[in-house]
Design a protein around this ligand. Sequence first.
Ligand SMILES: CSC[C@H]1O[C@H](OP(=O)(O)O)[C@H](O)[C@@H]1O
Ligand SMILES: Nc1ncnc2[nH]cnc12
Length: 298
Amino acid sequence: MYSGKSRHWHIGVIGGSGLSGGIELENAQEIAVSSPFGEPSGPVVQGRIGNVRFTFLARHGQGHRIPPSRINYRANIDVLKRCRVTDILSLSAIGSLREEIAPGTFVTPDQFIDRTEGRERSFFDTGLVTHVSIADPVCPRLAGTAAQAARNAGAAVHEGGCYLAMEGPQFSTRAESRMYRAWGADVIGMTAMPEARLAREAELPYALLGMATDYDAWREEDAGVEASDIIAVMKSNVDLARRAVRELALLLPEVREPSAIDTALDNAVITSPAMRDPKLVARLDAVAGRLLFPDVEE
Ligand SMILES: CSC[C@H]1O[C@H](OP(=O)(O)O)[C@H](O)[C@@H]1O
Ligand SMILES: Nc1ncnc2[nH]cnc12
């Protein structure tokens, strides 16, 4: 059972639209991992790039079967934690809400606005009340390294910015798109929330490497977005994204120094030990094992 993090990097990569086919890993092995939170999007593929371990999960399942609203984000994060990843890199297609973020640009957002509805957004519940801070929802260390890796791979990179997570599955109206710009959002997608919230609850530093595929609906002169156009742009970006992951492995130092996010639950659990729901506690063996089962050795 999980009791602490390795001193070596193990990156969980969640591959979004256009990336269901995975990333290139040495000695790749597919394994099915089950979760007490239900069905994850599919099996994971584990392997290495040089000295860095990777576990890859296709967010929408093989063949892009699962829409954003039906993804079991909790099971996906739980499974990655069970695989003992140390950090999570999300690869996503995003729409651009800013002229200067042209389609083709890679973006590492550092903030989110969550407009999703009805998705399970916490591992915790009655019997284990927990409030983690997500003021800074992205890990600056991983995001900065991912941005440099994308640059080394040859991509144009925009660092920082706010990602608006919408429910979908329809794209935004022009009025919504203009409103999100007025709110200060820079890019838009349908999946980073609640993924980023859950990663924080699982004490996993999270960064998103987004690939701008379109200008959403705010530019009067443009027609609205089409999914087929997004997939076409993503197809031309997939090799670049895979190269960026390889460059990331080269950039990461041999030893992973601990992150403050590794202990995000330390001041977050409110329910007194005697009043905790044992069934819920048992389901959290991977997500919160460090805190709830401190004596269990791996
Ligand atoms: C295929 S177009 C819309 C779809 O693409 C993005 O997916 P992901 O974030 O998994 O790359 C967007 O969020 C929508 O789910
Ligand atoms: N314009 C857009 N809106 C929502 N999700 C997207 N993914 C890629 N482009 C998008």
